[in-house]
Design a protein around this ligand. Sequence first.
Ligand code: ADE
Length: 225
Amino acid sequence: MKIDILSAVPQLMDSFFNHSILKRAQEKKLVELRVHNIRDYTNYKHGQIDDYQFGGGAGLVLMIEPIVNAIESLQKENTYDEIIFLTPDGALFNQQAANQLSLKKNLLLICGHYKGIDQRIRDHFVTQEISIGEYVLSGGELGAAIITDAVCRLLPGVLNDETSALFDSFQDGLLAPPVYTRPEEFRGWKVPEVLLSGNHAKIESWRHEMSLKRTEERHSNKKGE
Ligand code: ADE
């Protein structure tokens, strides 16, 4: 899979993409992540990429030309299955959306900044608009990083134990059960005995019960979905 990201502040994603699971996924050539600076595609003086909005109002808007230059230049090398704009008024991102995106080959993510991007980019190029939560961030970069992480960990071979993503919270509509590791007892707080019993059927049944309980308590609307 290939994920290209357009941003006015590409450095924001450097550290995130160059550590841990995303780093290994790229080293194993399971995913190619490329972050492009919108400023590299502007023909305006002094690298300008934003301007005041027509009609007045506070805040700068990312201009159409640099972004279209970037999209069309990248489209010469890739055919994108989706061109996604990160925006607080997009569809809320969830596990199901991550699953669907993980089946695609090439994605292009566009990060807004300042007051947003010229609406004509959304009208004529963007195929999906995604929000990562009901709050306003300073830009789409954190959203792009979140989508990239959620999608990449689903790609075959990215996680060491390939099955483990299948048991993530939300994959079956249920939240994950609690997990424990050594020591068996800390300050008198004990690991549930069933987990030490070696009886796999009993352990599975306990985990399922805990998943149901957590889902009921924290996400009652998700139970049995
Ligand atoms: N850009 C600003 N806020 C955002 C949000 N909540 N989700 C995605 N992109 C954003």
